[in-house]
Write a protein that binds this ligand. Structure first.
Ligand code: AHR
Length: 494
């Protein structure tokens, strides 16, 4: 049996917001310190303290938006500790993540400089859990006010004459958990209060993001939408793919076939979550003005043996590449509601795109998927129908093939395909409806391996990397592709 796909090349179903390809960076483990920030005096080549190798690799991904400073860290972070001369900045304990000393050398100026270097939008999470309304209000004033004000003058004294432009601002993080253990009714009231003082100065218009639910907490979504939807531009959703139980999540490498299957099954659950949360949002916001922002997603495994349990450092295999491909397809399909998604986290934490060790750096399989898929950013999503054969394991079924197709501003069409099956290839027949005999040139790239746990190490950084894909043919308007087992493939039609 083969998989049968129809792509209506002339029917556009929406625009894939480039922010779906967003990232998340927290003061956690070696994400900021070592992974991004090494300081100007480091022997590791850097520009103003930021690693050159990491910046160059990230620039290639065309990262649209970067979230910071947390995560749970956000609701313990007091931004005033992180501005002014670095040697005078307060040292604090990062209580959430490993109890290590945080020297505050990476603060507001450094983060906004990083975003300028990457050419991406900053997305800042404010502190509701342990902060004050005044503190949040003054942070926005510090960053965006152009004129005479105490915060603008302080910013200028600290070396930044002109304000930054700041669009995305989160009012708290996980306030149902590490951000204050609140009930939704209480947080909804706090959200209404705090956001009042998140002001628009001059031309700067802040897009306000309320803290949304954890996974399937539909009551949280219901209460927040009921009580505060008119005062938000978007609401967040957090969902992590954890193959095992929270206390025993499973290893990032050396896992079984069953764990491979369960991981992909759990990644696909994102579709149900978004569908159900969107249905609740539709009751209060049928025009879909309020965006859904999946600002934390990705795999979460047990930490690598011998590493600090509070640092959440994990390896990244072909399994992660498939989780990335599938999740991005799900976000595409919900592009009427999902305006942004931020994979957790950018370097050295959870499902990273980059791992570092001293001066060494490796790109993970997840990096390669983001690189291959960047062609979908801001493209028009094409109407697609997929009748997939089953991928069966232990008596359970998943669709073997997942597909998404888009057309970019230059008229190029891109088709991304995931074959979830770790054992066998997939024959895929794609009816390119609407092509009407137009001749096209096709090229392809695939990411695959012959081992489920294949990954890149500092000794073998290119063990998993994209290669040219040639196993396709076009007859009339039927494109046939033979996908490798456990693979992610992107075809370009020009
Ligand atoms: O990404 C790691 C943590 O997961 C974040 O700090 C928190 O928001 C979530 O629970």
């Amino acid at each position: 049996m083969a998989t049968s796909i129809t792509i209506n090349t002339d029917i556009i179903e929406g625009t894939i917001n480039r922010n779906i390809y967003g990232h998340f960076s927290e003061h956690l483990g070696r994400c900021i310190y070592e992974g991004i920030w090494v300081g100007e005096d480091s022997p590791i080549p850097n520009t103003n303290g930021i690693r050159n190798d990491v910046i160059a690799a990230l620039k290639k991904l065309k990262i649209p938006v970067l979230r910071w400073p947390g995560g749970c860290f956000a609701d313990e972070y007091h931004w005033k500790d992180g501005v002014g001369p670095q040697e005078d900045r307060k040292r604090m304990i990062n209580t959430h993540w490993g109890g290590v000393v945080e020297n505050n050398h990476f603060g507001t100026h450094e983060f906004l400089m990083l975003c300028e270097m990457l050419g991406c939008e900053p997305y800042i999470s404010g502190n509701v859990g342990s902060g004050t309304v005044q503190e949040m209000s003054e942070w926005v004033e510090y960053m965006t006010f152009d004129g005479v004000s105490p915060m603008a003058e302080w910013r200028q004294k600290n070396g930044r004459e002109k304000p930054w432009s700041l669009k995305y601002f989160g009012v708290g993080n996980e306030n149902w958990g590490c951000g204050g253990n609140m009930r939704p009714e209480y947080y909804a009231d706090l959200y209404r209060q705090f956001q009042t003082y998140v002001r628009n100065y001059g031309d700067n218009k802040v897009y306000k993001i309320a803290c949304g639910p954890n996974s399937d907490d539909y009551r949280w979504m219901e209460v927040l939408m009921r009580e505060a939807h008119s005062k938000m531009d978007a609401i967040s959703l957090h969902y992590y793919t954890v193959p095992g139980k929270w206390q025993n999540k499973g290893a990032a490498t050396g896992f079984s076939e069953e764990e491979w299957f369960v991981t992909l099954e759990k990644a696909l659950y994102m579709d149900e979550l978004i569908t159900k949360h969107s249905a609740i949002m539709d009751q209060y916001d049928p025009q879909k003005r309020v965006g859904l922002i999946v600002d934390e997603w990705g795999t979460w495994y047990d930490v690598e043996p011998g590493t600090n349990p509070g640092f959440l450092y994990q390896q990244n295999t072909v399994r992660d590449a498939l989780v990335a491909g599938l999740s991005l397809h799900i976000f595409h399909n919900h592009c009427d509601r999902v305006e942004m998604a931020n994979i957790a986290q950018i370097v050295n934490v959870l499902q990273s795109v980059i791992l570092t060790e001293g001066e060494k750096m490796v790109l993970t399989p997840t990096y390669h998927v983001f690189d291959m898929y960047k062609v979908h950013q801001d493209a028009s999503m094409l109407s697609t129908n997929c009748v997939s054969e089953d991928y069966t394991s232990g008596g359970r079924n998943l669709p073997k093939v997942s597909v998404s197709a888009s057309k970019d501003a230059e008229g190029r069409m891109h088709i991304s395909l995931c074959n979830l099956d770790h054992k066998s290839g997939a024959e895929v027949h794609i009816d390119l409806r609407g092509l009407n005999g137009r001749s096209v040139r096709i090229s392809g790239t695939e990411l695959t391996s012959d081992r489920m746990e294949a990954h890149n190490t500092f000794d073998r950084p290119d063990a998993v990397k994209p290669s040219e894909f040639k196993a396709f043919s076009l007859e009339g308007s039927t494109l046939t592709a033979n996908l490798s087992p456990m693979s992610v493939t992107v075809l370009e039609l020009t």
